[in-house]
Design a protein around this ligand. Structure first.
Ligand code: 5GP
Length: 139
């Protein structure tokens, strides 16, 4: 399948769609998932156009995992979560629903179940406040 330049993450990269941004550098952007599976669920994307991990250049792959590691530490600190789940889905058969590669950073605590994937929108005021805290931790 050819990369769709109108997918929602491509629009976020171009500034054509809003997001609750927590981090940006020359190669990557991280922002909160608006339908979080847990409080603090964050997405990290490369700016390079790539649908799955198989389409990504080695340089973008390196930048993507470096940003994921950095942002995951801030998410863990702000949400005071003992565990962090990283997930990365390739292809509809794997459950991918937005076709621009991304890592999910999902805080985990034992005994707390995850919300369903991409189901319920969170309160945007709460997302805004959380994004500000994560972003401040990364300064
Ligand atoms: P995938 O299923 O492709 O691995 O994950 C896509 C993720 O993007 C889902 O967790 C879903 O909640 C999230 N998502 C879908 N639309 C938007 C959006 O417009 N903004 C943000 N921030 N996240 C979105």
């Amino acid at each position: 399948m050819a990369y769709d330049p109108n997918n929602i993450f491509a629009k976020i990269i171009r500034g054509e769609a809003p997001c609750f941004k927590v981090y940006e550098d020359n190669s990557t952007i991280a922002f909160l998932d608006i339908m979080p599976q847990a409080e603090g669920h964050t997405l990290v994307i490369p700016k390079e156009r790539a649908e799955t991990i198989f389409d990504l250049s080695p340089d973008s792959a390196a930048a993507l995992i470096t940003t994921t590691q950095k942002v995951a530490a801030a998410v863990k600190q702000v949400t005071k979560s003992p565990g962090i789940l990283l997930a990365q889905l390739n292809g509809a058969a794997a459950g991918q629903s937005v076709f621009h590669i991304h890592f999910h950073i999902i805080p985990r605590s034992s005994g707390i179940d995850l919300n369903l994937h991409a189901r319920d929108k969170a309160d945007f005021d709460k997302l805004k406040s959380l994004a500000a805290k994560i972003s401040a931790t990364l300064q």
